[in-house]
Design a protein around this ligand. Structure first.
Ligand code: HAM
Length: 423
């Protein structure tokens, strides 16, 4: 019979990678909540029109990468390719501004993009994200940029370059666009087919290209960051000054335009110094001052970021900071079939006391039980034979030193809990 594999571009996340995934979520939730963000959980699919309006018809994601389908009532739905538009939709659906601003929300979850799968680029990826809505202050931009930076530091991902840019507002873009288009029209022959199309549909996207010819063609072309209006330039200066004051190193990247239409003013990306250039973005984000209004809400500004969990795990591996696999604390070994129930009592008591504990199943020789306990990485074996079962005691064996003592269950647990170093 044909066997099934995970669909192309998706992965089963097995232990210990799944445990590192969870550890990252815990780390992020703690950090985000300490910064005043509260958790939001939105559906995994939304009306298709939300993404077309929110992230833009001409974005690569909407043009080529959405998983869109009709449900049984012929509604067009799309698996969310990103988290910002859904969170803004939830803010609008639930009038969250009624309770005051800023509205600070964090989220975690699967995102779906029909991309060409390769290392670090999958069709179902997971993001950790934050969004702060209702405040235009540049200090919020810097706070958000710094928050993502702190998380990556705490997650030990190795070297990261923080790239920042400003995409200005509609006014600066309207003034800049003809200048940029004229410059690129003079170099159109150098551009890739994709960028020739972008020049007509959405010229700024050319800045996003990874094509060597496009990169060469952009050399010396005036940037949007040089053409900001007074208000946007002042805002951008404040963001950079705050990052400098807090000693967060950053690199100005005038070409950082990012892939969605909603971005305005500050944009940023965290680039891993250890992953391949095409997949080195550990996360990114920016301001989206017109997004809430464009999907039918009030004119509320916003800013946030999304971090790619799979990429962070890859960077941890590359930096060799991945935490060792979690092992069991104790394996209980029944010597005879009659000792199983007593051994299981010990397992249950140890679990209740917070120790990772399991039973060594099956009737087998003591040597085989010990090999099993070692393979599980257990620190202790709790041996239950005829004597232990009859007195209600247990023999605890330290599997690294070989030392063993017979004692009560309570004493055994106290002893095993006193060795927390690998937990
Ligand atoms: P994004 O840059 O498209 O931004 O995605 C954020 C991060 O998700 C990327 O930097 C990358 O680490 C990860 N990622 C994206 N696509 C894939 C993929 N196919 N495979 C693996 N990882 C991937 C957003 O989605 C915005 N919503 C971020 C944001 C929040 N902007 C403002 N607020």
């Amino acid at each position: 019979m044909a066997t099934f594999q995970p669909p192309r571009g998706t992965n089963d996340l097995l232990p210990p990678a799944s445990e590192r995934f969870d550890a990252l979520r815990v780390l992020a939730t703690d950090l985000f909540e300490r910064a005043g963000f509260r958790r939001i959980i939105t559906p995994m699919f939304e009306d298709t029109a939300l993404f077309h309006r929110g992230i833009g018809e001409s974005s690569e994601v909407v043009r080529k990468e959405t998983y869109t389908f009709l449900d049984r009532s012929d509604n067009s739905l799309t698996l969310r390719p990103e988290g910002t538009a859904p969170v803004m939709r939830a803010i609008v659906s639930n009038h969250l501004w009624d309770e005051g601003t800023p509205i600070k929300l964090h989220y975690e979850g699967a995102m779906f993009r029909y991309e060409r799968p390769q290392k670090g680029r999958v069709r179902q990826h997971h993001q950790l994200g934050v969004e702060a809505v209702g405040v235009e202050d540049a200090i919020l931009d810097a706070d958000i940029v710094a928050l993502g930076w702190s998380l990556l530091q705490a997650a030990d991902v190795g070297g990261v370059t923080l790239l920042v840019n400003s995409m200005g507002c509609a006014t600066c873009r309207a003034a800049y666009l003809p200048v940029f288009v004229a410059a690129m029209q003079g170099r159109v022959a150098q551009l890739s087919k994709d960028s020739q199309r972008r020049l007509v549909e959405n010229p700024l996207r050319i800045w996003d290209s990874k094509d060597a010819g496009d990169i060469a063609a952009l050399e010396g072309v005036p940037t949007l960051a040089d053409a900001l209006c007074e208000a946007c330039a002042a805002h951008f200066t404040q963001v950079r000054d705050a990052l400098t004051a807090w000693e967060i190193p950053f690199t100005l990247r005038p070409g950082l335009v990012r892939g969605f239409d909603y971005y305005t003013r500050t944009t940023f990306e965290y680039a891993s110094e250890t992953l391949d250039a095409a997949q080195n973005a550990l996360g990114g984000g920016g301001r989206y001052d017109g997004l809430v209004e464009s999907i039918g809400g009030p004119a509320l500004p916003g800013i946030g970021f999304g971090l790619g969990i799979e990429r962070i795990l890859l960077a941890q591996e590359a930096a060799e900071t991945a935490r060792p696999a979690r092992a069991l604390d104790v394996v209980a070994i029944p010597v005879r079939a009659e000792d199983v129930s007593h051994a299981m009592r010990i397992v249950r008591a140890a679990r209740a006391a917070g120790l990772r504990s399991d039973l060594s199943y099956g009737e087998r020789a003591m040597k085989a039980h010990m090999r099993h306990a070692n393979r599980l990485g257990a620190r202790f074996a709790a041996i239950c034979g005829e004597q232990e079962t009859s007195t209600g005691a247990v023999t605890v064996r330290d599997l690294s030193s070989g030392e063993q003592t017979e004692c009560s269950i309570e004493d055994a647990i106290t002893r095993m809990r006193a060795h927390p170093e690998e937990r």
